[in-house]
Design a protein. Sequence first.
Length: 293
Amino acid sequence: MSDLKPIIVPESHNYVAAFLTLGCNLTCSYCINHFGLPASVKKHISGEEWVKGLNRIVSREDLPLTLQGGEPSIHKDFIYILNNIKPELKIDILTNLQFDVEEFIAKVDPERIKRDAPYASIRVSYHPEVMELEPLIEKVQRMLDANFSIGIWSVLHPTQEDVVREAQEICTAKGIDFRFKEFLGEYEGKLYGSFRYEGACDKTFKKHVLCKTTELIMGPDASVYRCHSDLYEGRAPVGNILDPEFQIEEIYRPCDDYGHCNPCDIKVKTNRLQEYGHTSVEIEFPEDESEAV
Ligand code: SF4
Ligand code: SF4
């Protein structure tokens, strides 16, 4: 038995994510991981350590642990992690499905990654600039035949809208759930996305604010971050789930990096109950201290 105390996810929280790695086996030009400064090299921890930390988490039936990245399947112990997370913790996976699906089917119970939700538990990202659609469809169909809860999502990037809409038609005709994701980020000098706080992602100024998150975001060494921007840009974490004392605090934390936020944290989106209007962070502006950079 672990001597680490449980980490109770507060009712206010809408997302619990373990970024097993920020590395990926693909190179999409619009990858949100590279919105800000290049991610600093991150320490990775073993599957055993991940399981030790993640099994402290006490979440709700409708709030799964999402394994993501980068590409989570390139973690050397990906399947070990899946198979050793305690059954009380539901699991979702965000993946580009470049892994060996036959090995996955042989080693993972489809019931383990399944829950009562309005969308698939394994959410595959389709990136037309670096992926062929047909082989992807074959892999998804193989996983569906093996009884996995799996669907495809694709970003409506301005350069690939037509091809993504066509892919949806092809997949829908084959009985595959295919959904669109809003493009968040910059293209030809324009910032795409619906954001709650003006200028937060402009990267043209920095301002002191107070910020509170509704997400438990864990980086590749199990450190916990205030937001995606902190994770991707290598700012100091607020804790680590392997620290025996770690508990989630529902507090506003001071931040001097407002203006360099990541679109994932600021965009207006649908929460886990499929309700629109949610934002990952709540920001308060104590005083006007803009500083041009
Ligand atoms: S598959 Fe996802 S994580 Fe990998 S480069 Fe593309 S957008 Fe980034
Ligand atoms: S203000 Fe922006 S950069 Fe600062 S913690 Fe909040 S989301 Fe992250």
